[in-house]
Write a protein that binds this ligand. Structure first.
Ligand code: TYM
Length: 335
């Protein structure tokens, strides 16, 4: 039996190289693995957990689908769909809410961080990991490829699955997080002590965004914060986090082993050479994506077709599990 893969990304703000390296790039690789059946979702309901401008959200959802295609996700190889087009997610989240202790949600690191930054904390923000658990569990998912920051949420989905199975009998597969070896946590280029984040993607110097032009990419990387030393090696020392982050980006995009990455810089004349090399590989990877994106994004009929096809296939997979869960929980199903 094939292993089912499910992952998602929010259409909030713009996608940056952290999202690309930690998640989307790996999804593209998984497509050609005959052992895997892949489902990738644009999680627009998750985006609503913080206030959104409705028109901007609609536009970004379509742009993200075009970006999926531009990076190489293929709707004939992977199931691509928009979360809100399949009602199982919201309905499933409600059912899972009713087996999830609220204490589990209040402990989530991301909730604690994000809620501190909001004046009014919406209930959806607290409940966000339960919706994510519904995404994963109603598709009988085995593996969830995500960046390091989502690991805790996948673990919560495992706990919810186990609790449900314990209360109502074997129902859900208990999914595994699949975290990349290189690049699972890309740090901000302006502040390598904090993760690169979509909410800061418009702050000058923080992130390379997927559709930035080569000049902008070069400017951002050349300005990246490093330290006053000159040694170019991977390091866990917080003082060297900037250099470590640049090497991690270089490694993830070139696919080279650690010793080969370090060997590339043994004759470097300082961090300037490192930054130039990183800018070159990032530009080389991003240029074809930007070109393809500009061709795809205007074909709204094709984007609509892909969304419809994806939603139909997604319903066919998830609806039977929803019926099963409702029956087990004591809800009446009419014939
Ligand atoms: P989101 O939209 O914040 O991020 C999408 C993916 O990018 C990864 N990521 C990073 N990886 C490396 N370095 C970084 N700085 C970095 N920032 C983000 C994230 O780990 C993620 O894999 N809740 C999820 C979306 C979601 C989901 C799901 C994922 C909803 N339902 C079901 C998997 C399965 C989120 O907000 O990701």
């Amino acid at each position: 039996m094939k292993r089912r893969i499910f992952s998602g990304i929010q259409p909030s703000e713009v996608i940056h190289i952290g999202n690309y390296i930690g998640a989307v790039r790996r999804w593209v690789e998984m497509q050609d693995d005959p052992e895997k059946e892949n489902i990738f979702c644009i999680v627009d309901l998750h985006a609503l957990t913080v206030p959104q401008d409705p028109n901007a959200l609609r536009a970004r959802t379509l742009e993200l689908l075009a970006l999926f295609l531009a990076v190489g996700l293929d709707p004939n190889k992977s199931l691509l769909f928009v979360q809100s087009h399949v009602t199982v997610h919201a309905e499933g989240a409600w059912l899972l809410n009713c087996v999830t202790p609220e204490g589990w949600l209040k402990k989530m690191t991301q909730y604690k961080d994000k809620s501190q930054k909001q004046e009014t904390v919406l209930t959806g923000l607290l409940d966000y990991p339960v919706l994510m658990a519904a995404d994963i569990l109603f598709y009988d998912t085995h593996e969830v490829p995500v960046g390091e920051d989502q690991k805790q949420h996948v673990e919560l989905a495992r706990n919810i699955a186990e609790r449900f199975n314990h209360l109502y009998g074997e129902t859900f597969i208990v999914p595994e997080p699949a975290i990349a070896k290189a690049g699972a946590r890309i740090m901000g280029l302006d502040d390598p002590s904090a993760k690169m984040s979509k909410s800061l993607a418009h702050t000058k110097g923080h992130a390379v965004r997927l559709l930035d032009d080569p000049k902008e990419i070069e400017r951002t990387i050349m300005r990246a914060k490093t330290d006053s030393g000159s040694e170019i090696r991977f390091s866990k020392d917080p003082a060297k986090a900037g250099v470590n982050n640049l090497l991690t980006i270089y490694q993830a995009l070139t696919g080279k082993a650690t010793e080969h990455v370090e060997a590339d810089f043994t004759n470097a004349r300082g961090y300037g050479d490192l930054k130039k090399a990183v800018a070159e590989v990032v530009i080389e990877k991003m240029e074809p994506i930007r070109r393809r994106y500009s061709e795809i994004v205007s074909d709204s009929a094709e984007l609509q077709r892909i969304m419809r096809m994806g939603a139909e296939k997604a319903r066919a997979i998830s609806e039977p599990r929803l019926v099963d869960v409702k029956q087990k929980m004591g809800l009446i199903m009419t014939a």
